[in-house]
Ligand binder design. Sequence first.
Ligand code: FE2
Ligand code: FE2
Length: 377
Amino acid sequence: MKKNKIVDLDLVVPIKDIKIFLGKYNGFQRYDVYKHPFSKVIEKSMRQAFWTPEEISMIADRENFKNLPDHIKEVFINNLLFQTFMDSVQNRGLDSVMSELVTSSEWESVFKSQAYFELIHSLSYSHIIREMFSSNATEIFDRIYDIPMIKNRTDKEIEAYSVIKKYINNEITFSDDEIKKKILTLLIHIFFLEGLKFYISFMVTYMINNAYQDAIPGVTKIIKLINFDEDMHVAVVGGLINILRRDESEGFTHLFKSTWFQEECYKIVEEIVIDEVKWGDYLLSFGPIPSLTREVFEVFMKHYANDRLERIGLEHLYKNVERIDIIDWFNTYKDINKDNTAQQEATALNYNIGSMDMDYEDKDLEKLLKRLFKRES
Ligand SMILES: [Fe+2]
Ligand SMILES: [Fe+2]
């Protein structure tokens, strides 16, 4: 499907013929009519939540970090390296594959904005590492080559992106249904990567900060901002999957009617849950992390796996998952809005992220999201 020109006005595409995938796109970025108003609202919402890592001070973190137990320092470094790796995959995948694949200007804008936030996440980890390990930041980053537990953790996602990249470059061809399945598989991977695969790492950072008297407030704030973005990305990709499920004109609905979609989701979710719990085990192998055990990780992951499945219209995969307190704790702790008010009262920390209060101008977002996700609550 590789095009010769990046923008080609010789190709006339009537508005009514626009499709998200596998349609015709001449590259003319016009935003007069939206086929899916969801894309307009969610793209704007992402952009309004803009933030930048340098706003957040690492001074306290740098001081306090020295006094943390050695094994906690190791856990912390491993987590940051893994997250840098994941955001590298996401930025490059969304930017060079997904944005190329879509055949509608509105979804191109969604994925390009999302990709930019993934880049901010990568820049944030470097901000943290440079500020906290000023003399040996390079040595810290170079360690990634020697950690097998990290190196192969996103093989499946990289593979799903790479297949599509080959298709875009005309290096490989597929039948109509095959390519549609490959696209859906990639979307499923992205959806669960954003909504599940970061979760033990987020939890561990929050727990370290909580257990060691707010030792790493700057890092925690950055992770909360990233967590907020990822929640939004879950909404982006979940919303897109649900549009493809419902909108006949997009040409994907038949794949949702067969058992293929559900089986593909369950397979991917099961792998991620097992893999994340393994990652938790690996982090615990350095030494104990307060309040966290393998059992806690497992219940925590299964709870979120069920929640994510529900958002794309599927039954829970894990039955009778106990509702442990730590899930509510996590949900409260990650909430940047609550934190923001408390922080402003407690310290004069430079913190100026005006749009983080979810003050969407477009009041329809909640309604749209509810409709798209068919949430009961
Ligand atoms: Fe990210
Ligand atoms: Fe993301």
